[in-house]
Ligand binder design. Sequence first.
Ligand code: 0O2
Length: 211
Amino acid sequence: MIFINITNTKKNKDFYQDSIVLLEGAISNITTKLDMIRKYKVVKGDRDPIEYIVTRVKSEDSMKEKLKRKKLDVTLENALTKIYDAAGVRIICAYIDDVYTVAEMLKKYKDLKVIKEKDYIKHPKSNGYRSYHIVFELPLDLAGEIKPIYVEIQIRTIAMDFWSNLEHEMRYKKNIKNQQLIGEELRRCADEIATTDINMQTIRKLIDSSK
Ligand code: 0O2
């Protein structure tokens, strides 16, 4: 298992103050659940549905940019209650079916309340973006006080993640030349990737059924 945790800078801790403990706690809570899901699947004789997990607390700069984009005052209160991805967990799977398996298993946890769910795999964005998003509200008990914390979970295949990282890079690079051409090429690649993901899933099922 490859597990990457993007470390928080001191700047991040200054912005989120004591709430950094809750955000990191919420991420740990989700990764523990994911660890159990993986082990449960393997113990049951199934494949581990997760390739790797990336977690992060949204950087101060990115959070401030998002608050402004959403026309919200740049306050810690808004960052924690109006924006849902201060705590983020990205789950990378090999196959499309695994994405849905993980999503369904997470949704079975009684302490996770679904706040928002978007299936950009069944309904891709016009630029070709594919991913499954769920925002959970998780009650965290700290120093005798229960606080609801939001965590955004993104679940996608390796191929979708590869595409998304490149597209994200292009989107945030300023003054990029040939933006339209790159956008069109990315769109074309997204469709090719979607076809490959389906083909890989079909081959996987053929292998499994011929055992
Ligand atoms: P960043 O810089 O990646 O963190 P919400 O987050 O709910 O306020 P929205 O649009 O309802 O806003 O949520 P949505 O569509 O679920 O998007 C949330 C996150 O998904 C984004 O966070 C991105 O990380 C990712 N995402 C959504 N659309 C795209 C896309 O077209 N391309 C790529 N590469 N990623 C996307 P941020 O904060 O917008 O961006």
